[in-house]
Write a protein that binds this ligand. Structure first.
Ligand code: ZN
Length: 325
């Protein structure tokens, strides 16, 4: 109950009421709240954005720095079937997923260009999925670790690429020689979001600017035996955007928006596009183990646990914004 309502009730009742002054909200109080929200579930993410945010003392990468493709042994991961309709085809570091439907496959995120063939194309084939059936490629945001594989999936298989409008604008400014090439503009999602429907499956794209100006997060169903669960897939996490108060406010508001969307959709699974934030690689492997009766899928939590992720990211963003006042 809010304070003015309490006062009104007290006045009506004719009784004196002592309303305790709320403790002031400070960067420290927000970091403490974020730490509580993170709990044991999101401790690593809390460290990354609340304790040592990337953009606090970032040294910009020189524009002409040579590109180094890392040793395959540092990133290659085997593919795994994780839910009855969802397959992990990411690396040790970055996630990519194949969501199967009755009428084709939706790929979510596409990794760096050097990983798209061995992980997404070969990974899908190894799992019995035909990449020619990819109908949509959903990009969370236009950073190379998630979108460099998009042009290949679009040109080779005719998949439609979905991205936030503002991130399309940035993507289309890349030179043709950019790693992975440049996809052609297909489906641009604005602030109002979009529902993507394929073969009886609906993926809801939620516009969540912050990490990039056009970041999209997604809500979609996964099947675990005879149960259908809802995934909230967070589209951008780290604070590696330019350090401006308005940017943190935009990020904060997107976290609040996802918090509400998770509640409305009843999402009980939190996924992100970096394995460090959701333990994707470990959970994908744990999901291969037999489960005892009643044992939950390793990815399944509850709505409150998923919402705590967005409480934490919201508080961390607001702590940074307030610290700049
Ligand atoms: Zn990014």
């Amino acid at each position: 109950m809010n304070r003015s309502l309490l006062m009104a009730i007290a006045l009506l009742a004719g009784s004196p009421l002592v309303v305790e002054a709320a403790a002031p909200v400070t960067p420290d109080s927000l970091v403490a709240a974020a730490k509580r929200a993170a709990g044991r579930d999101y401790a690593g993410t809390f460290l990354r954005i609340c304790v040592a945010p990337d953009n606090l003392n970032a040294v910009p990468r020189p524009a002409n720095a040579p590109r180094v493709v890392p040793d395959r042994a540092t990133w290659y991961a085997k593919p795994y079937k994780v839910f009855d309709n969802l397959y992990f085809v990411g690396t040790l570091i970055h996630s990519a997923w194949a969501l199967t439907t009755a009428d084709g496959i939706i790929v979510i995120d596409t990794l760096f260009d050097y990983a798209v063939e061995p992980e997404i194309v070969a990974g899908m084939k190894a799992l019995g999925l035909d990449p020619r059936n990819i109908k949509y490629v959903l990009i969370t945001h236009a950073h190379g670790d998630h979108d460099q594989g998009a042009a290949l999936l679009q040109s080779r298989y005719g998949a439609k690429v979905v991205m936030g409008s503002v991130d399309w604008d940035a993507t289309l400014q890349r030179p043709e020689t950019a790693p992975g090439g440049v996809p052609k503009r297909d489906i641009a999602v604005g602030p109002e979001g979009l529902k993507i429907k394929l073969g009886g499956t609906t993926v809801e794209a939620v516009s969540t600017p912050g990490h990039s100006p056009g970041t999209l997060s997604y809500l979609f169903p996964v099947k675990d035996g005879n149960r259908t669960l809802t995934v909230a897939y967070s589209g951008g996490t780290a604070f590696n955007f330019p350090r401006r108060k308005e940017s943190f406010a935009i990020y904060r508001d997107s976290a609040a928006k996802m918090h509400a969307a998770v509640g409305a959709a009843g999402a009980t699974i939190l996924m992100t596009n970096h394995t460090e934030f959701d333990g994707a690689y470990d959970k994908a492997r744990i999901a291969q183990l037999p489960r005892s009766a009643g044992e939950k899928h390793p990815y399944e939590t509850d709505v409150a646990t998923v919402q705590r992720y967005f409480e934490m990211t919201q508080d961390c963003a607001e702590a940074q914004r307030l610290s700049m006042e």
